[in-house]
Design a protein around this ligand. Structure first.
Ligand code: C5P
Length: 289
């Protein structure tokens, strides 16, 4: 019988994202509080004689299925790292997370693929071994392997767990994408570095939503907004609708808004067209677009 393993691949948002500067290797040193969301893809890996990936689901159309696919890259990277080398695996991604949106969708699929293949191949790898393979696939992969809120630093490869209270968010994707290298290049052309994130982390740990809402920030936001004013318009719309705070997530363009509770989140989503409600870290209520 052919064996399969299915795991969830949760999207993320960046409660704050602080860019410290460009490094000699071309990456940027950053600091961020990364919150996994209820919004998720699912990844199923099945024993096979070669590596392949298929993508289905509401956000499938724009996902590459060739060598650029991060789940496929994660699978081949893991196969090279283990001994004996497995023949292959067929990977199926059920895609719900908006693509090239700053929500870590590709990295979440890569992280889920690593966890699923570790089980399928019964390797029992150490989390740090999976993180090392994941870091070679994408900067967000080590954070998304952890399945809980984390503080990240370095280029995203240094990961520390943070215990935070579940919060309710409204997510506003856009019909256009921002490529991550572009977002960082724009920051290089005059972007600023925000404050130390300690106060934001403390607010998230203690569940002080008012303080958390007022302290959200993203250093990639101003340069992105200068090119895409729709981002600032969505943030303003959430403020006008009574959000505790609103910010661009990751390298954008998706805008997220913090709500007081589920009912408030539903009100905000109704007030700003094209939005949906989710929670992070995931509550038990299913939510998504
Ligand atoms: O690691 P990942 O492939 O997701 O990064 C894509 C690109 O985003 C990098 O090639 C780099 O241009 C930019 N990046 C960066 N600093 C980071 C993460 C990403 O400059 N910490």
């Amino acid at each position: 019988m052919t064996r399969s393993v299915t795991v969830g691949a949760h999207a993320k948002l960046n409660v704050f994202l602080r860019v410290l500067g460009r490094r000699p290797d071309g990456y940027h040193d950053i600091e961020s509080l990364v919150l996994p969301l209820e919004l998720a893809d699912t990844v199923t890996v099945t024993e096979a004689a070669a590596f392949s990936v298929g993508v289905v689901g509401p956000s499938a159309a724009v996902v590459p299925t060739g060598a650029d696919n991060l789940a496929l890259r994660a699978a081949t990277a893991l196969s090279r790292a283990v001994d004996p080398t497995p023949a292959g695996a067929s990977i199926l991604v059920d895609k719900h997370i908006p693509v090239a949106a700053g929500m870590g969708g590709g990295s979440a699929d890569a992280a889920a693929t690593l966890r699923a293949l570790d089980r399928l191949w019964a390797r029992g790898l150490d989390p740090s071994q999976l993180a090392e393979v994941g870091a070679g696939v994408g900067s967000d992969v080590p954070a998304l392997l952890r399945e809980g809120a984390v503080f990240i630093s370095g280029r995203g490869d240094r990961v520390e767990p943070v215990h935070v209270v579940t919060t309710w968010w409204v997510v506003h994707p856009f019909p256009f994408a921002v490529r991550t290298p572009d977002a960082y290049d724009w920051w290089d052309q005059g972007g600023a570095t925000g404050p130390d994130g300690g106060a934001v982390i403390a607010a998230a740990e203690t569940g002080n939503d008012e303080l958390l809402g007022s302290a959200l920030f993203n250093d990639l936001q101003a340069p992105a907004t200068a090119r895409h004013p729709e981002i600032a318009a969505a943030i303003e719309a959430f403020h006008d609708a009574g959000a505790l705070g609103s910010v661009m997530t990751g390298s954008g363009p998706t805008v997220v808004a913090l709500a007081r509770h589920l009912g408030h989140a539903d009100e905000l989503a109704a007030a700003v067209a094209g939005s949906f409600v989710t929670s992070g870290p995931p509550s038990t209520r299913s939510a998504g677009p």
